[in-house]
Design a protein around this ligand. Structure first.
Ligand SMILES: CC(C)(COP(=O)(O)OP(=O)(O)OC[C@H]1O[C@@H](n2cnc3c(N)ncnc32)[C@H](O)[C@@H]1OP(=O)(O)O)[C@@H](O)C(=O)NCCC(=O)NCCS
Length: 152
């Protein structure tokens, strides 16, 4: 990701997440201002990962594969893990939501372990960001945050 990508990223994040802001573990972040990786195929954006470094931990803030089941998510996770090792981090961490069973499967298949459950965290974030839907994937009521970690 380079500085010239940032205006496009702000638009892309809003398309993918319904807002330029994401609410996670009680904080509100603007992913287009964070470091990250863009996956491109034939000069077309097909994936995006943003992260922040906190102490000895790399936190993935957003991950999207625009073309699914083509290996893009895996490549972006590998890029994040490699970046974490480069910065001598011991852990890659991310937050997902209780409805995102596809992501829970995807991350656990790639070595992530369940680390923390925050019941009602999404309900609390919804008070700050009313665009957060009440119903998530597969019609599951959207309430809770789940953290996963990967040791690197
Ligand atoms: C979760 C997410 C990032 C996964 O990305 P993805 O690019 O679809 O993931 P991959 O293609 O790398 O892997 C998914 C599956 O497709 C398989 N796959 C990869 N390339 C394939 C191919 N060419 N043919 C068939 N299957 C393939 C992988 O093996 C994997 O299956 P496995 O887990 O059983 O090994 C994506 O579904 C997504 O963007 N979801 C919406 C946003 C979201 O929820 N993000 C996470 C928020 S925490």
């Amino acid at each position: 990701m380079s500085e010239s990508d940032r205006p496009m990223l702000a638009w892309l994040v809003a398309e993918l997440w319904g807002s330029e802001l994401v609410a996670v573990h009680g904080t509100v972040l603007r992913p287009a201002e964070l470091p990250g990786f863009i996956a491109e195929r034939s000069r077309r954006v097909v994936g995006l990962l943003t992260y922040q470094l906190t102490g000895d931990m790399l936190e993935i803030v957003t991950l999207n594969a625009i073309e699914r089941r083509a290996g893009i998510g895996t490549l972006l996770i590998e890029a994040a893990a490699s970046t974490a090792r480069h910065f001598r981090c011991h852990e890659v961490r991310l937050t997902t939501t209780n409805d995102n069973v596809d992501a829970l499967r995807f991350y656990q298949r790639r070595g992530f372990r369940l680390a923390e459950l925050r019941p009602g965290a999404v309900d609390r974030s919804r008070q700050e960001k009313p665009q957060i839907p009440r119903t998530g994937d597969y019609g599951i009521p959207l309430h809770d945050e789940i953290d996963l970690t990967l040791q690197v």
